[in-house]
Design a protein around this ligand. Structure first.
Ligand SMILES: *[C@@H]1O[C@H](CO)[C@@H](O)[C@H](O)[C@H]1NC(C)=O
Ligand SMILES: *[C@@H]1O[C@H](CO)[C@@H](O)[C@H](O)[C@H]1NC(C)=O
Ligand SMILES: *[C@@H]1O[C@H](CO)[C@@H](O)[C@H](O)[C@H]1NC(C)=O
Ligand SMILES: *[C@@H]1O[C@H](CO)[C@@H](O)[C@H](O)[C@H]1NC(C)=O
Ligand SMILES: *[C@@H]1O[C@H](CO)[C@@H](O)[C@H](O)[C@H]1NC(C)=O
Ligand SMILES: *[C@@H]1O[C@H](CO)[C@@H](O)[C@H](O)[C@H]1NC(C)=O
Length: 631
C-alpha cells in the first residue's frame, strides 16, 4: 500500500505567524495537523495549514467567534490505525467528536474520552480494541462505541455521568455486569457477552437493547433462574413493588408498536394512493379505478366500456375550444377526447386525473380541475406560462387545455413508468431493488434543473407550487421529470392535512402563496426524503408526527447523522461524504427563513459540485478496496 499517495498533507508543517493572536486556535490547529499526519486516511482532507481552519477545513467546526474548534466530524474518511494519544486529546474545547465508520484500531486513549467539554462521542463502526476508558467528561451526553471490538467490563463510572442520555455499545465483546445506569433515553448493549441481571432502571427498554447476551437475565429478557433478585414465583406474576409500573411500560410499548403498525399501514395506504394520484400516474391494471369511474359515469355509460366523465361540463357550442400548445404533435379535437375511453387514474389535490385512450391508440392524461377560483382571462394567462415553461427534459409539458364555466381540463402526455414516490417507498422488503445512491443523486440533479428552468423561464412570479415525490415522474432510468406545476394560484385548495403539507414551506402554509423560495423549501424536503427514505409527515420512528425537516435537524444537531440516512443506502461503500454534502444542501433548502434559502440555480450548482469533488477526490474503487481491506 502506498501511503504516500493517500497522505496529501505534508508532514513538516510550519505554523503560520499571522494568527498568533489566537493562540488557542493555533494549538487546536497543531493538534489536528499532528493527528492527520500520524493517522493515514484515504480520503483527501483539505487541511491546508495556510487556510482558515474554521472556514475551510473539512470536518472542522469552530465556535461562533472562531476562537476554538468545538466539533470534529470525519465519518468514513478511511482513517487507519490507532488514535495517537496527545493529539485529539489536546482539543480541549471539543464538544463533538465523530470518527465513526473508519478503520481505527487499538485502544481508545483516555485523553479523548475525558476531554472536559466533550458532549458527544461517536466512534461506532471501527475496529477499536481493549478496555473502554474509565475516565469521562462530566458533560458526556452521547456515547457510541458500537460495532468495535472492545473487551472487558462496561465502566462503572458511566453511572456517575449525570448528562448521559444515549449509550450504544452493541456488537463488541464486553463482559461482566451492566452498571446501574439511569436517566438514559437510548440504550443498546446487544451482542456482547454481558452477564447477570438487568438493573431495574433499564427494564423499560426493549429486549432488542439487550439481545445477543445469552447470560443476561431479567426483564425485558427471560427472568433470572437464580431466585436471589426477586421471589421465584415472580416469573409469571410481576413482583408487587416494581410490577405495576413495569407492566404499564410494557403495555405502553406494545401500544406504541400498534400505533406504529397502524401509522405504517396508513402510510402504505397513502403511498398507494399517491401512486395513483395527480397527473403523474402509473398504469393501473386492475378494475379498482374503473369502478370508481362507473359510480360517477351513470349518465353516459351503459356498463360496458367505462366512458369518460370529464366532459360532462362541456357546453355544446364550445366543443372545439381545446387549446393546444406549440410544438405539440397531437391532432385530436375535443370531441375525440370526449369520445375516448377513460379510466380514473386518481384524485389529487387539484382534481381527478384520467387516462384517456383515443383512436389510433394515442394515450393522454386528462386532468379535470375542481375548485378553480380565477376567471377565464387569468386562467388563460397562467396556462400560457405553464405551456411556455414546459420545454425542458426534466419538466412534463402541458399539451393542451380547455376552459369553460363548468369544466376545466388539462391534457398531458401519458407516462407509464411510476413516480419517484413509488421507487422510494413502494413495497420495501423482499424482492425489491432499492434505488441506489447514484440514481438518487442523478434524479435529484435532474429535478433541480427542471425546477430551476421553471423559475428562470416562468419569471419571478411563477413557481411550481406543488413539488413532491409523487409529482416526479420517471421518464427514463435515473431520470425524473417534474409535473403538476403552476396550478396552485388558480385553485382554492383547502388546507386539509394531505401528503403535500409535509412539503410546504412555513410561509406558504401561512399565506397560501407560493414563491421560488417556497419551491426551494419543498425541493429541500424532497432531498431529505431521498436521503432518509422517509416520507414527509410520516412518523419517523420514536417521535410521533414530527415533520421531516425538523426531525432531520434535531437528529443532526445531536450528531446522530448516521441514523438519518435510509437503511437502503447503508449497503453502499464510500458514499457517506456525498450523503453528508447532500444533507447539507437539503438542510440549507429547508431553512425556516425564506431569504436564507439558496436559489434553485445555486442548488443545481451545489449538487453538481458533489459530483465533481467526487470524481476528483474519490480514489478509484480498486484503490479504495486495497486500502480498506488491508489496514
Ligand atoms: C480487526 O482487528 C483484528 C485484529 O486486530 C483483525 O483480526 C480483524 O480482521 C479486524 N477487523 C476488521 C473489520 O478490520
Ligand atoms: C474482533 O477481534 C477478533 C480477534 O482479534 C477478530 O477475529 C474479529 O474479527 C474482530 N471483530 C471485528 C468486528 O473486527
Ligand atoms: C461517583 O461519584 C461519587 C461522588 O461523587 C463517588 O463517591 C463515587 O466513587 C463515584 N463512583 C464511580 C464509580 O466513579
Ligand atoms: C452484530 O452482531 C450480531 C450477532 O453476532 C450479528 O448478527 C450482526 O451481523 C452484527 N452486526 C454487524 C454490523 O456486525
Ligand atoms: C459474569 O461472568 C464473570 C466472568 O466473565 C464471572 O466471574 C461472574 O461471576 C459472572 N457473573 C454472573 C452474575 O454470572
Ligand atoms: C440494538 O442493536 C442491534 C444490533 O445492531 C439491533 O438489531 C437492535 O435493533 C438495536 N436495538 C435498539 C433498541 O436500538
Amino acid at each position: 500500500m502506498k501511503l504516500s499517495r493517500v497522505l496529501p498533507l505534508g508532514f513538516f508543517l510550519v505554523v503560520t505567524l499571522h494568527s498568533l493572536a489566537v493562540a488557542d486556535l493555533n494549538s487546536d490547529r497543531q493538534a489536528l495537523l499532528s493527528f492527520a499526519a500520524t493517522v493515514p486516511h484515504y480520503r483527501f482532507l483539505n487541511w491546508n495549514p495556510a487556510s482558515s481552519i474554521c472556514d475551510s477545513w473539512v470536518g472542522v467546526t469552530c465556535n461562533l467567534d472562531g476562537s476554538r474548534v468545538v466539533a470534529l466530524r470525519l465519518p468514513g474518511v478511511g482513517l487507519m490505525g490507532p488514535i495517537p494519544p496527545n493529539s485529539l486529546g489536546k482539543l480541549d474545547a471539543l464538544r463533538v467528536l465523530s470518527l465513526r465508520s473508519n478503520v481505527l484500531i487499538g485502544n481508545l486513549p483516555t485523553d479523548v474520552t475525558s476531554l472536559p467539554s466533550l458532549h458527544s462521542l461517536y466512534l461506532q463502526h471501527n475496529n477499536l480494541t481493549g478496555n473502554i476508558p474509565t475516565s469521562f467528561s462530566a458533560q458526556l451526553n452521547v456515547l457510541d462505541l458500537s460495532f468495535n471490538n472492545f473487551t472487558g467490563n462496561i465502566p462503572q463510572t458511566l453511572s456517575n455521568l449525570s448528562q448521559l442520555t444515549s449509550l450504544n455499545l452493541q456488537n463488541n465483546t464486553l463482559n461482566g455486569p451492566i452498571p446501574d445506569l439511569n436517566r438514559l433515553t437510548h440504550l443498546n448493549l446487544s451482542y456482547n457477552h454481558l452477564n447477570g441481571s438487568i438493573p431495574s432502571y433499564l427494564r423499560s427498554f426493549p429486549d432488542s437493547s439487550f439481545a445477543g447476551n445469552p447470560l443476561l437475565c431479567g426483564l425485558p429478557l427471560n427472568p433470572c433462574a437464580n431466585p436471589q433478585p426477586s421471589p421465584a414465583p415472580a416469573s409469571s406474576f410481576p413482583p408487587p413493588a416494581a410490577g405495576p409500573h413495569k407492566k404499564r411500560s410494557k403495555l405502553k410499548l406494545s401500544k406504541g408498536i400498534i400505533i406504529a403498525i397502524a401509522v405504517g399501514g396508513f402510510a402504505l395506504l397513502f403511498i398507494f394512493a399517491l401512486i395513483v394520484i395527480c397527473c403523474c400516474l402509473k398504469k393501473k391494471d386492475n378494475g379498482g379505478g374503473s369502478s370508481v369511474l362507473k359510480g360517477k359515469a351513470v349518465s353516459g355509460g351503459r356498463g360496458e366500456k367505462p366512458k369518460e366523465e370529464f366532459g360532462s361540463g362541456v357546453q355544446e357550442p364550445e366543443k372545439n375550444k381545446l387549446v393546444f400548445f406549440e410544438g405539440c404533435s397531437y391532432n385530436f379535437d375535443l370531441e375525440d377526447l370526449l369520445r375516448a375511453s377513460a379510466e380514473v387514474l386518481g384524485k389529487g389535490s387539484y382534481g381527478t386525473a384520467y387516462k384517456a385512450v383515443l383512436e389510433e391508440s394515442t394515450t393522454v392524461v386528462v386532468k379535470r380541475l375542481k375548485e378553480v377560483v380565477v376567471g377565464k382571462r387569468e386562467f388563460e394567462q397562467q396556462m400560457e406560462i405553464v405551456g411556455r415553461v414546459g420545454q425542458h427534459p426534466n419538466v412534463v409539458p402541458l399539451r393542451a387545455y380547455y376552459y369553460s364555466k363548468d369544466e376545466k381540463l388539462l391534457v398531458y402526455d401519458y407516462i407509464s413508468a411510476g413516480s419517484l414516490n413509488v421507487l422510494l417507498h413502494g413495497s420495501r422488503g423482499v424482492g425489491r431493488s432499492p434505488l441506489d445512491w447514484e440514481s438518487r443523486i442523478k434524479i435529484a440533479l435532474g429535478i433541480a434543473k427542471g425546477v430551476a428552468h421553471l423559475h428562470s423561464v416562468g419569471g419571478t412570479k411563477f413557481s411550481h407550487g406543488n413539488i413532491k415525490s409523487s409529482n416526479v415522474l420517471m421518464i427514463a432510468e435515473n431520470e425524473g421529470s417534474i409535473c403538476d406545476f403552476g396550478l396552485a394560484p388558480l385553485m382554492n385548495v383547502p388546507m386539509t392535512p394531505s401528503r403535500s403539507v409535509g412539503y410546504r414551506a412555513p410561509e406558504a402554509i401561512e399565506t397560501r402563496k407560493h414563491s421560488h423560495k417556497s419551491d426551494v423549501y419543498s425541493f429541500g424536503v424532497l432531498i431529505l426524503e431521498m436521503l432518509t427514505g422517509k416520507a414527509p409527515m410520516q412518523s419517523p420512528g420514536r417521535d410521533d408526527m414530527v415533520d421531516l425537516p425538523r426531525w432531520v435537524q434535531s437528529v443532526v444537531r445531536e450528531e446522530w447523522t448516521a441514523e438519518v440516512f435510509d437503511v437502503e443506502l447503508m449497503r453502499y461503500q464510500n458514499i457517506e461524504e456525498e450523503m453528508v454534502q447532500m444533507l447539507q444542501i437539503g438542510m440549507a433548502c429547508v431553512a425556516k427563513v425564506a431569504d436564507m434559502r439558496p436559489s434553485m440555480e445555486e442548488v443545481v450548482r451545489m449538487i453538481e459540485e458533489i459530483r465533481q469533488s467526487d470524481s476528483e477526490n474519490r480514489p478509484s474503487s480498486e484503490e479504495n478496496k486495497s486500502n480498506v481491506q488491508t489496514p
